[in-house]
Design a protein around this ligand. Structure first.
Ligand code: APR
Length: 241
C-alpha cells in the first residue's frame, strides 16, 4: 500500500473540468453530442465520407479555443499546484483536447484523446503544432504532401494514446482521482477498476453529479469543479487521502 501522504497519484479529467472555462461538455443537456452526430464528425468513417465537413467542425472548435475568454479555471490551477507541491509522483491523464491543463501549469500530462492544437499527416505521420484551419488543400510541412492532414485527435474506434504508460502508472498509484467525466467512454471509464485491482488504490470521484461508475469509488464529492477540486487539493496537501 502506498503512503497516504506521499504516494503516487493518477488523475483522470474529462470535459467537466473545462465547463466553467466556457467549453461545452459532450453529454450534458447542452453538450456537443446533442448538436452534431458523433458518427459524422468523430469517426474515421465520417472523415473518409466527408473530410471537408469534419475539417469545418474541428476548425470551428479550434477557433473557439483560441478565444481570449477561454482560460484555465481554479480547478486546473489546483491540479497544477498539487503536482508542484505533492511529494510523490502526480500523473494527469486528460480525455480533453483543449490546452487548459498546460495553460494552468500542469506538466506531467497525457492527452489520451489527442490535442486540438496539433495536426497529423496521414502520409508521413508527422505531428505538428497547429492553430490555423485545416483543409484538403493543407500541405504537410514535413513531407509537403497535400490533402493528408487531419486533427491529431482520437476518434471513436481508434486507439487512445500512451495507454502503456497510463496502465503502468495505474498499477503503481496509491490514489486514483477522477474529475469531470461521465464515465461513459472506455478505456478511461475502466481506469478506476484498474487502479483498484492492480494497485489497491484509494479512489475518489469529483464531479457535478454521480457518473456511470460512481458506485466504484471509495470517496465522492459533487459540485462545480472550481469549488470541489481546490477544496479537495487543500485537504490532500494538508492530510493526505
Ligand atoms: N464541474 C464538474 N463536473 C461537471 C461540470 C462542472 N462545472 N459540468 C459538467 N460536469 C460533468 C458532468 O456531470 C458529466 O458527468 O462532467 C461530465 C462530462 O461528461 P461528458 O460530457 O461525457 O464528457 P467526458 O466524460 O469528458 O467524455 C469522455 O467522450 O465523446 C468522447 O472524446 C470525447 O473525451 C470525450 C469522452
Amino acid at each position: 500500500m502506498q503512503d497516504r501522504r506521499s504516494g503516487n497519484i493518477v488523475i483522470l479529467t474529462g470535459a467537466g473540468i473545462s465547463k466553467e472555462s466556457g467549453i461545452d461538455t459532450f453529454r450534458d443537456a447542452d453538450g456537443l453530442w446533442n448538436k452534431v452526430n458523433i458518427e459524422d464528425v468523430a469517426t474515421p468513417e465520417g472523415f473518409a465520407r466527408n473530410p471537408a465537413m469534419v475539417h469545418d467542425f474541428y476548425n470551428e472548435r479550434r477557433r473557439g479555443l483560441l478565444g481570449d475568454n477561454i482560460r484555465p479555471n481554479a480547478a486546473h490551477a489546483a491540479l497544477a499546484r498539487l503536482e508542484a507541491e505533492w511529494p510523490g509522483e502526480v500523473l494527469l491523464v486528460t480525455q480533453n483536447i483543449d490546452n487548459l491543463h498546460e495553460a494552468g501549469g500542469s506538466k506531467n500530462l497525457i492527452h489520451m484523446h489527442g490535442e486540438m492544437f496539433k495536426a497529423r499527416c496521414e502520409d508521413c505521420h508527422a505531428v505538428h503544432d497547429w492553430r490555423e484551419d485545416l483543409s484538403l488543400q493543407t500541405h504537410c510541412p514535413a513531407c509537403e504532401a497535400p490533402g493528408g492532414m487531419r486533427p491529431h485527435v482520437v476518434w471513436f474506434g481508434e486507439m487512445p494514446f500512451d495507454m502503456d504508460r497510463i496502465y503502468a502508472a495505474l498499477s503503481q498509484c496509491g490514489l486514483f482521482l477522477s474529475i469531470g467525466t461521465s464515465g461513459n467512454v472506455y478505456p478511461a471509464a475502466g481506469f478506476v477498476q484498474e487502479a483498484i485491482f492492480s494497485a489497491r488504490a484509494h479512489t475518489v470521484e469529483l464531479n457535478l453529479e454521480p457518473s456511470e461508475g460512481a458506485t466504484l469509488f471509495a470517496e465522492t464529492d459533487y459540485g462545480p469543479a472550481t469549488e470541489i477540486v481546490p477544496r479537495y487539493v487543500d485537504k490532500l496537501l494538508a492530510e493526505g487521502w
